[in-house]
Design a protein around this ligand. Structure first.
Ligand SMILES: CC1=C(/C=C/C(C)=C/C=C/C(C)=C/C=O)C(C)(C)CCC1
Ligand SMILES: [Fe+2]
Length: 359
């Protein structure tokens, strides 16, 4: 068993390495030492340095030329969404099967897709009834989900963990809104008739709102750190990450900042966590293996995006299409977030598969 896992981990390491520029490639022993502890994560040295480096480079370019990355925003966002964004959620059905002990029987499958689709249908319908509330719910959901993916490795007690997740998410979602209300305004207006710039302080005291968003998170990290049962390795990096992500969101076009965070921090990080999860639950998976598992729903999503784009091109309705896309994203994020929440509640005992436990 341990041999098999060891070998599969080596394969992951090799495939991760082949994705990195050669000057960043880790020495073989470096990564293999980590591999034996299932530890290829966003926090692994070379991956971390690459992600942090790209983030700081974008922030530097943004600081240099103001909003100069604006014209590239759509392209950058598409790359992030296609390469890691969509695939990171495209294996949810496999994760759910493991977590809930679902078999491939028609009954189990119908149960899963029934719940999943019903949840999406209810939330989707609510968007047409109470759009502003649905937007608010989506922002809070996104905050929690982003914060959780970033900080679950701290293993805090559950209430404190949730406070910390929301605090990180408030920084990530709040900064682009507070820093560029003029850009976010038409988007939220088209979706839910919400005027960000009419929120108290956002338009008039933008700098102070941004400062408050950053400070609250630094304070939260500092206060909760002593409460972690064991200080996680590299805890101090969260202060570096907070600084880097704040710089990113303050300096570049919000869609570019979102693309960098969502593609490299959230989605790449989650993909690496999922590879670890599959290996832990007796389903040895390499990085290419992950993409193979994600292929079906990734391709279906591409087709959906293409259809939406083609419709916009031929009929106009640009604002309506942005709104529709946003609603679709939110509707798909709801079940994704619930499954990921369960995933993080799994104790990390290697060797016992949840499927075995559930059986
Ligand atoms: C447009 C826009 C936003 C979009 C957020 C989105 C689209 C979040 C998607 C989250 C997903 C899909 C999570 C799944 O893992 C922000 C950042 C709130 C604020 C600035 C304007
Ligand atoms: Fe996610």
């Amino acid at each position: 068993m341990s041999n098999r896992v060891g070998r599969s981990q080596t394969r992951i390491v090799d495939s991760v390495c082949s994705y990195l520029p050669s000057f960043l490639s880790p020495t073989v022993s470096d990564f293999h030492a980590e591999a034996h502890h299932h530890e290829v994560t966003l926090r692994s040295p070379r991956i971390y340095v690459t992600v942090l480096g790209i983030t700081l480079a974008c922030a530097a370019i943004g600081a240099w030329g103001g909003l100069s990355l604006g014209p590239a925003a759509f392209a950058v966002l598409m790359v992030a969404v296609v390469v890691t964004g969509i695939p990171h959620g495209a294996v949810d059905h496999i994760v759910a099967a493991q977590l809930y002990g679902l078999s491939s029987s028609l009954r189990d499958q119908a149960r899963f897709y029934g719940f999943y689709l019903a949840m999406m249908a209810v939330y989707g319908a609510l968007w047409f009834v109470v759009p502003a509330w649905c937007l608010a719910a989506f922002l809070v959901m996104t905050m929690y989900h982003f914060g959780q993916a970033d900080l679950a490795y701290w293993s805090l007690p559950s209430v404190t963990a949730r406070v910390l997740y929301l605090s990180r998410g408030l920084l990530l979602v709040g900064l682009p809104i507070a820093a560029f209300p003029g850009i976010v305004d038409p988007i939220f207006d088209a979706i839910a008739g919400v005027q960000v710039s009419s929120w108290p302080y956002v338009a008039t005291q933008s700098a102070w709102v941004c400062a408050a968003l950053i400070v609250q998170h630094i304070v939260m990290l500092a206060v909760l750190l002593p409460q972690t049962p064991e200080r996680p390795d590299g805890w101090w990096r969260e202060f570096v990450n907070t600084a880097a992500l704040s710089a990113l969101f303050l300096t570049v076009h919000p869609l570019v900042a979102f693309a960098v965070y969502f593609g490299l921090w959230h989605s790449l990080g989650h993909i690496l966590e999922l590879v670890r999860f599959f290996n832990r639950t007796g389903e040895p998976t390499s990085l290419p293996g992950f993409y193979k598992k994600a292929a079906l729903y990734t391709i279906i999503s591409f087709a959906g995006l293409g259809l939406l784009y083609a419709t916009t091109q031929s009929f106009g309705f640009e604002d309506q299409m942005v709104a529709l896309l946003f609603i679709l994203i939110s509707v798909m994020t709801l079940p994704h977030m619930i499954i990921v929440e369960h995933l993080y509640q799994q104790p990390e005992t290697s060797g016992t598969s949840p499927r075995e436990v559930a059986a």
